[in-house]
Ligand binder design. Sequence first.
Ligand code: SF4
Length: 113
Amino acid sequence: MKLICIICPMGCELTATQSNDIIDVTGHLCPRGETYARDELTDPKRIYTGSITCDGGTLPVISFKTATMRKADLPHLKQVMRQLTVPAPIGLGDVLYQDDKLTVIATRTIGRK
Ligand code: SF4
């Protein structure tokens, strides 16, 4: 599998091959690239962004990002976001939701109406 490492701006071109339980990675300039390639083959991770309904705020929605989470948990994130409403005021960096699979963090500040 050919990959571009997205961990830093160098964007190393990686090649990852898997044979039984052995994963061989080439093309990385540092160990983080090897870890990234192994994760991509076995359990990819992502940071997602979006918006959630805000109750009583100066804006109707608050933007968020997740902490790094398993790509396989994206359906869980979507389900939680559909049901979640958070009350204002909200500060930049506030944890809006957290469980054993994901952490959702506010990426702006919203005051109360
Ligand atoms: S392998 Fe290391 S140097 Fe290359 S893009 Fe990934 S993090 Fe950056």
